[in-house]
Design a protein around this ligand. Structure first.
Ligand code: FAD
Length: 449
């Protein structure tokens, strides 16, 4: 008899709605808190930007989504779906293999409707505090605000699905405090028009330096190159020779910025320099859980880049299984990852699946950190699911011949390492030598071939 728990899910983005579905399927009672007026999170395009374009002012009004207007997914549509709800179920798709953002939002709305998730979501309701009722106990208090009303409710479990693409990280550039140009973070970039050539009086900016060659930096520099006089993309590497990028006449690839100065000059490590009007930081985001009170048991370190300790990026060992996180890793097939994390949480909460002990989970986290260090991967990449990472070991299809003790233990080790194993055994049972057979051979010296 599976256990049913009262679970709070924070956020109704892609991770929150699939988590709600898995929890509900497992028989839990779910409330989804969503601070905005609709579901979809990142995929809700908002033409407005924050008043402080670097998002440093603590009192600014926060805009959640960082979507720019031209954005299309960087994964094919088949990978932007959940296992039993393909993208094709979203109406009116124009069938681009890499869909436009509007289509992803439509898909998420269809999904929520089909699985009756809408009824579980409390819109315009921001969670402002999540804390254990008592440490060492199993209940959590969730304080939320909607309009002027605030309320407190107790849950058996809380799953955090609040996203991590809203609080910008800014590049640290020597001399920036005296540099006279404008700065923006990609969180506040929507359309290229304000970057039009200065020759046209309506627009101010024409020579633009974009920092960061991740997906947003690469998209945005091409977007702006359609209207600006010059765009200079600064990558994270020092040893790069300046070169033209793609087929654009006005787009250059540079090394890291060495420094900037008060005359407006931007000087790169590649030896080139440019007098720029604006620097656009496409330098990523920080994990942020302003509502979470755990007495330091869960913390965000490395300038906002690491949350921990989290067992397999999901469960904080000391607070498991009542507190969990969906969506922390990046650079993977994210929607499917959210779904798998959610299934795991739902089944752990119902008692069908067991977690290791607190000590074992902590040891696993430490082991992961040690492996990163030994592979020379900086701590800031703790949550990166990069297939090129040395930690993403290769999986092979392996034949093991014989199911005696050596075959069995070999199989276990191969499987632990992620290989796909087939064991061939000629007899009708495993055990080899240890499967006693009262019969003997007809040639008692066993010489007859
Ligand atoms: P979000 O979508 O951010 O949703 C979090 C939700 O939580 C929001 O609705 C927010 O309002 C709500 N919330 C936050 N705090 C609170 C609170 N205190 N109380 C109540 N509600 C709260 N992924 C891909 O797979 N393919 C892509 O092509 C792709 N492109 C991307 C492009 C950009 C510009 C960005 C920023 C991200 C992109 N991603 C892409 C990653 C994307 O973030 C994930 O795919 C996914 O949509 C994240 O879902 P989420 O539910 O974890 O977070």
């Amino acid at each position: 008899m599976a256990e049913s728990r009262k679970v709070a899910v924070i956020g109704a983005g892609a991770s929150g709605i699939v988590t709600a579905r898995e929890l509900q399927r497992e028989g839990h009672r779910v409330v989804v808190f969503e601070k905005s007026n609709q579901l979809g999170g990142v995929w809700v395009y908002n033409p407005r930007v924050e008043t402080d374009l670097l998002s440093l002012d603590l009192n600014r009004e926060i805009i959640h989504s960082s979507l720019y207007k031209s954005l299309r997914t960087n994964l094919p549509r088949k990978l932007m779906s959940f296992s039993d709800c393909s993208f094709d179920c979203a109406e009116n798709g124009n069938r681009l293999n890499f869909p436009e953002h509007e289509e992803v939002l439509r898909f998420l709305n269809e999904f929520a409707k089909d699985f009756a998730i809408n009824e579980l979501i409390r819109l315009n309701t921001e969670v402002v505090r999540v804390a254990p009722v008592e440490f060492g106990g199993n209940r959590w208090v969730v304080e939320s605000k909607s309009e002027e009303l605030s309320s407190e409710e107790v849950f058996d479990s809380v799953v955090i699905c609040n996203g991590h693409y809203t609080v910008p990280r800014i590049a640290n550039i020597p001399g920036i405090n005296k540099w006279p140009g404008k700065q923006i973070h990609s969180h506040n970039y929507r359309i290229p028009e304000p970057f039009k050539d200065q020759a046209r009086p309506l627009y101010t900016f024409s020579i633009v330096v974009v920092i960061g060659d991740g997906p947003s930096g690469l998209d945005i520099c091409r977007d702006i190159a359609t209207v600006a006089k010059q765009v200079h993309l600064s990558t994270r590497y020092s040893e790069i020779v300046v070169s033209k990028l793609d087929n654009y006449e006005n787009l250059w690839n540079h090394s890291k910025i060495e420094h900037v100065d008060e005359s407006g000059e931007v000087i790169f490590f590649d030896g080139s320099s440019i007098h720029a009007d604006i620097i656009l930081h496409c330098t990523g985001y920080k994990y942020d859980f302003p509502f979470l009170e755990t007495n330091g048991i869960v913390s965000v370190d490395d300038e906002g880049r690491v949350v921990g300790p989290l067992y397999k990026h999901v469960f904080p060992p000391k607070l498991s299984p009542c507190l969990s996180f969906v969506g922390t890793p990046y650079q993977g097939v994210l929607f499917r990852m959210f779904e798998l994390q959610a299934k795991w949480i739902a089944q752990v909460l119902s008692g069908k699946v067991f977690l290791p002990s607190e000590e074992e989970m902590l040891a696993d986290v430490e082991d992961h950190n040690r492996q990163l260090e030994e592979a020379g991967i900086p701590k800031r990449h703790t949550h990166r699911l990069d297939p090129q990472s040395p930690l993403m070991a290769e999986s092979r299809k392996v034949a093991v011949i014989g199911a005696g003790p050596s075959g069995l233990v070999t199989t276990r080790e191969l499987q632990r390492e992620g290989h796909r194993v087939v064991v061939f055994e000629k007899s009708n049972q495993l055990g080899g030598l240890w499967a006693y057979n009262p019969r003997v051979e007809t040639d008692l010296l066993s010489l007859d071939p």
